[in-house]
Every structure is written in C-alpha cells, then in structure tokens.
Design a binder for this molecule. Sequence first.
Ligand code: PRP
Length: 206
Amino acid sequence: MKPVIALTKGRLEKQFIRFLEERNYNVDPLLDKGRKLQVETDQFFAFFAKGTDVATYVEYGIADLGIVGEDILMEFQPDVFDLLPLPFGKCRFAIAGEPNQNPDQRKQRIATKYPNITTKYFRDQGKSIDIVKLEGSVELAPLLGLADDIVDIVETGNTLRENGLVVKEEMFSISARCIANRTSLKLKKNILSPLIDSFWIEEVIK
Ligand code: PRP
C-alpha cells in the first residue's frame, strides 16, 4: 500500500519535484505526466490540484499528505495536521500599490485574494479598512482604480515591478508546508513515516 499525496499545481509542483530529486526519488512519472492529473511513482500515488483543493482532499482523507502554500492554511484554516515546513515556496506577504499615491481621508480600500489574512493583519494594527475580494491578477486593482492597495504574495517581485507597483509594507514570510490527514497520521504511520522522514531537513530541525 502506497501513501497518497495531493500536490499543488504550478510553481510549488515544480519546486517539490526538484526537492524529491535532491532526495534521490525517481521523479520521471511526475515529469512525464502530460495532462494527467494522477500519477503513480515507486513510493507514492500523487494527484495535482489547486492549493485550496489540496487542503480539502487532505481534510477529507482522500490524500494522506498534501504539499500546499502556508497562505492556504492561514486563509482557510482547514482541519489538517500542519506537519512541517518545506524549504521551498518561500515568499512574503506584502501591502503593495502605486508609488507616490496620495493617501486621502477616506477608508483605505484593499484588494486581495486573502480577505481573512488581510482583515486580521489590519485589525491587529487597530486599522479599519474595506476589502475587495478578487480571485487573481490582483495587481490590476490599484492600476484600474478598484482599490488603493493590494495585499498579496510577493515571490520574485516581477509581477509588481512589471506593473509599476511597489511594496509599501512587508507583512510576514511564508513557505510551502507538508500537511497530513489527522486519521492517516495515526492509522498509516508505517507507510507514511519513510516519506515524512525524508522530507525533514536541517533547516526545519533547527
Ligand atoms: C501570485 C501572486 C502574485 C505573483 C507574485 O499570483 O498573487 O500575483 O504570484 O509572484 P512574483 O513576485 O514572483 O511575480 P499567481 O501567479 O499565483 O497568479 P494569480 O494572480 O492568477 O493568482
């Protein structure tokens, strides 16, 4: 019996495959998958989904483990075991907007894919804001006048730069995380342990 891992499609997927390669896993089935959404490797079954759905599949026990951005855990608080941080998917949350924008007296309006994280961050600072929830390409909002600023993830900074936006305030750093279904952790310990053990890195242990 092999463990089932839910993998976040896109950037994290590529970085996770590199992470496995460094640990001498045969990653050919993951690289050669084409448009297939499910893959079997020598050590595990994997399927590919959006980050929010990865957390859902793990919560419901369809996947034993999941590789997901910390942003998803913070925003949606799924009922999963947050097992360990991983040394990739490193980026930061920031408030960003147009440079030299004149703050006016009305309430600041923030566009974001992360209303819960944003609300908490500003509330903790004692600030009241209006939030506009978007699903993507959040950088458009200040450019088109939908919001004053955005709260979003910055990785390379390229998206901000290429759209003429700047970071106004660094909020906090995040990374990819390995999450686990709570029941799987107890009932499938034997088959999960080798995989989980190989994911531990010095940086995590310190
Ligand atoms: C994320 C994020 C930024 C961008 C930051 O979006 O929301 O837009 O990546 O990365 P960078 O600093 O390396 O440019 P994503 O690519 O997931 O697409 P989305 O806007 O459709 O959500």
